[in-house]
Design a protein around this ligand. Structure first.
Ligand code: 1GP
Length: 244
């Protein structure tokens, strides 16, 4: 079954989902072996792969993951050079909270033929960067401003516009390593208005934060940074997810 169909099916039966985000620059050697073992044991729903790296190290990481895990590997690229064909699906993200054409459509044009030739599953995703209390790499690299964390109506209208443009998922992102995750109020307000899957990530380090995002309406929560220092946390996160 495709990744998107799996997401839709899970939502239809009320099942919440967890994705582990791995940065190929961070997970190499022993660290990679260790996280693969942990993921094999605790089985998050998806492994997302992305970072500020080149496609070459993405390819290596995806190969190693797919050799060992049966969990779908989803590409979460920061730009066209990070597209690699070997993942199970591609989150084709357009940074709709920003006003930089390069990240709204430019990088997508650059990668379009390679994506078409790969026949990878494509999940067009409206990506909203929300202020997470510090300047995120996404803000800096994309040269776009995040939606202020208290401007809930802007986030709602932006998410709705993404859906109306035909995007198939909304990603509310506080930025990797955010001080503050996206608030429960914002998640709930966006969820109430959209009818496509809602992905939430950025700065989620504790079970309470995960629980709050899920209770507010996130369908799929992404955790990244915390796995670099406390990979075993995935076991606690998984417990929360299956509770729903
Ligand atoms: C970043 O949403 C992800 O794109 C995960 O963020 O690394 O802060 O968990 P963290």
């Amino acid at each position: 079954m495709s990744v998107y169909k799996t997401i839709i099916r899970n939502i239809s039966v009320g099942k919440k989902m967890l994705a582990a985000l791995l940065d190929p620059d961070v997970f190499t050697g022993e660290r990679l072996k260790n996280i693969v073992e942990i993921l094999r044991c605790y089985q998050p729903d998806f492994v997302f792969v992305g970072g500020s790296t080149s496609g070459v190290s993405m390819e290596t990481l995806i190969g190693e993951l797919k050799n060992v895990l049966s969990i779908p590997v989803v590409l979460f690229p920061g730009n066209a050079s990070q597209f690699v064909p070997s993942a199970d699906a591609l989150l084709n993200i357009s940074l709709v909270s920003g006003r930089n054409p390069e990240y709204l459509i430019g990088q997508h044009v650059a990668a379009a033929m390679a994506i078409k030739n790969s026949r990878i599953e494509i999940i067009p995703t409206a990506y909203l960067l929300i202020d997470g209390g510090r300047v995120s790499s996404t803000e800096y690299i994309s040269n776009t401003r995040p939606v202020p964390s208290d401007r809930i109506s802007i986030a709602v209208s932006t998410a709705l516009a993404g859906e109306q443009l035909g995007m198939r998922a909304i990603y509310l992102e506080a930025g990797s390593g955010a001080k503050n995750p996206v608030s429960a109020q914002m998640i709930a307000a966006v969820k109430q208005q959209i009818s496509i899957p809602l992905i939430v990530g950025g700065g989620i380090h504790t079970v309470e934060q995960l629980d709050s995002a899920i209770s507010a309406g996130a369908d799929l929560v992404v955790v990244g940074n915390i796995l670099e220092t406390e990979p075993q946390k995935i076991a606690e996160f998984k417990d929360i997810i299956v509770k729903y």
